[in-house]
Structures are given as structure tokens and as C-alpha cells.
Design a binder for this molecule. Structure first.
Ligand SMILES: [Zn+2]
Ligand SMILES: [Zn+2]
Length: 320
């Protein structure tokens, strides 16, 4: 964990000293020095992550693609989503918007006499094995992410937003971040609230988010890759998550879809939503085949999703 911070720290310090600090000084915002330093770290980590996923996954996509595209133009909007989410531009806005509700949650919990537990206090031997403690936090968070994702498909208003993620017909390593900004805000609130409830230490939270993001970038790649009979049940693979994006497969049926897990398919196995069929279906939403338009550019997609959201929540109009 320390290694991660040691790796990014030189770039973080350099950028902070040469760019961020002078900007803060000229803007008269020197009271926000600490926040700006942390924000610079998030930015550097995001850039490093993008370089890493591109360097590793892009050659793999070229080597063993599921689909061959004439050009990659339709993937470009997902690149924009990736930069907005990973380099901290959107998370920064979310952070500002969520500070109040999360501090209210903390205040409310303490008023009720609830002190967030620390897993190491509950299970003392975990304290001696930092990696086991980290894994325990990851398992609990992954369980909560599974249920968040189930609800995204269950509630009409939430699906109106989440459909944007599913509407990509050319799914690639960039698609993980293709999410509506309101959806992104809700997801951030959900994750931060769960982390707060179970008392995840701040520096571990950064690492946990990174683990989720790396696995999810891999699982969206245009990559013909399955982890085998045993491995498919241990970790979400590109094959497993592709089925979640499969037209008519990933968003229909009794559970309104299958393969909801982010990291561990065990949740889908336990709750009857796993699909291990060894296939690589085309991705998208069924009504796109009959012309439904989810938008092509960033703003277009954002506005169309808001329109779907409004249609899902507006009061039913009674016809005379
Ligand atoms: Zn989904
Ligand atoms: Zn996905």
C-alpha cells in the first residue's frame, strides 16, 4: 500500500509544486492546499492507471478480439468518460457534493451511538495479516456492489440511467466508466456510505477502488478471454461480463439480467443470476435493434438518459 503512494509521490509533488501551487496562490485559494495536494495525487494515480490499462489491454484486444471493427470511432466517447472519471474531474465534483450528506451520515450514526466498526477490532487476527484484512473489506464491498447493480436493473428510474452503460455496441477497455453523471454520483455515494459503515481506513479505500477499477477495465475489454471452468467462478472475466452486456441476455429475464458481480461471480452463483455459457454475444440493449437511440456524443447521451429518467418517474397521466 505504501509502495503505491511511494510510486506516485514524485510525480504528485512535482506537479503540485510547479502547477497547482502557483495556481492556488494566484487564485487566492491557499486555504485549500491540503485538498489540492490530495486531488493532485488522485489525478496522477488516474493517469498512471489509464497508461497501465492501455499498455496492457490494448495489445491484448488486438491479439484476441471478440469483434473486429472497421474503425474504433464509436469507442471514442468512452475514452472521454474514462478521462473524466479516472483523472478525478467528476469524482472531485462528487466529493464536493457528497461532503455534506456523508458528514450528516457520520453525525447521525454517532448520535445513535454507532461507532463504525473496524474489521481488525472485530476479528483481531486480521490485524496481523493486513492483506487478509484488505481482502475482507473487498469482499464486503463487492457484495454491496452486487446488490447495487441488481437494483440498477430492478428500478425503472435507475435503469433509465444505467442503460447508458449498456448501450455500447462496441464494448472495449474504455467502457467501464461509461456511466451517467447522476448514476456516477449515486454510485459514489453508495460506495462511500458502505465504506464508512464498515470503517474502511482511508488509504485502504484508495487501493480498494483501484483494484475494482482495474478488474472492471479488464472485464469490459474486447477480449476473447475466459478464466476456465474454475477461474470463471473465482474472478469476473471478460467473457463473464460480456454476457452481462449481451443483447437480450444481460438485461432481461426474472432478475432483469445476469452476471451482475464486479469482482467475484460467487454472488451471482449464490443468488441464482450466474450465466457461465461459453459464448461472446454482441453487446447492447434489445430495443437498439429496432432503432432506439441512446445518443452518440457525451452530452447527447447524458440528456437522453435524463429524458428516460423523467419518463420513468413522472406522475402517470390519466386519460379521460
Ligand atoms: Zn448492468
Ligand atoms: Zn459493464
Amino acid at each position: 500500500m505504501d509502495l503505491l503512494f511511494q510510486l506516485i509521490q514524485p510525480a504528485q509533488s512535482w506537479l503540485f509544486e510547479h502547477l497547482v501551487l502557483p495556481l492556488l496562490y494566484h487564485a487566492g485559494l491557499m486555504t485549500y492546499v491540503d485538498e489540492a495536494f490530495d486531488g493532485t495525487g488522485v489525478f496522477v494515480l488516474g493517469v498512471a492507471e489509464i497508461v497501465l490499462i492501455y499498455a496492457v489491454l490494448r495489445p491484448l484486444e488486438a491479439l484476441a478480439p471478440v469483434e473486429h471493427w472497421d474503425n474504433r470511432r464509436a469507442t471514442r466517447v468512452d475514452v472521454l468518460y474514462t478521462f473524466l472519471y479516472k483523472t478525478g474531474a467528476l469524482p472531485f465534483i462528487f466529493f464536493v457534493l457528497l461532503t455534506l450528506p456523508l458528514s450528516q451520515l457520520d453525525y447521525g450514526l454517532r448520535a445513535l451511538g454507532y461507532i463504525p466498526p473496524n474489521l481488525e477490532e472485530w476479528i483481531p487476527w486480521l490485524g496481523r495479516y493486513p492483506l487478509a484484512a484488505l481482502l475482507a473489506y473487498i469482499v464486503v464491498i463487492d457484495f454491496s456492489e452486487y446488490w447495487r447493480h441488481r437494483l440498477q436493473h430492478r428500478f425503472g428510474w435507475w435503469w433509465a440511467l444505467h442503460a447508458l452503460h449498456h448501450s455500447q455496441r462496441v464494448m472495449s477497455l474504455w467502457t467501464e466508466d461509461r456511466n451517467h453523471v447522476v448514476d456516477g454520483l449515486i454510485q459514489s455515494l453508495w460506495l462511500a456510505a458502505v465504506a464508512q459503515l464498515i470503517g474502511v481506513p482511508g488509504e485502504q479505500f484508495v487501493l480498494i477502488v483501484l483494484v475494482f477499477r482495474l478488474v472492471e477495465s479488464l472485464s469490459h475489454a474486447n477480449l476473447r478471454l475466459s478464466f476456465g471452468k474454475f477461474g470463471e467462478r473465482m474472478l469476473v472475466s471478460p467473457r463473464f461480463h460480456r454476457t452481462h452486456h449481451g443483447i437480450g441476455v444481460g438485461h432481461e429475464g426474472a432478475a432483469r439480467g445476469c452476471n451482475f458481480a464486479a469482482l467475484f461471480p460467487i454472488w451471482d452463483v449464490l443468488f441464482g443470476t450466474a450465466n457461465f455459457a461459453p459464448v461472446y454475444p454482441p453487446t447492447g440493449i434489445r430495443d437498439q435493434l429496432s432503432g432506439a437511440d441512446y445518443g452518440t456524443g457525451f452530452l447527447d447521451q447524458q440528456l437522453k438518459a435524463l429524458r428516460r429518467l423523467w419518463q420513468a418517474i413522472r406522475p402517470a397521466t390519466t386519460t379521460p
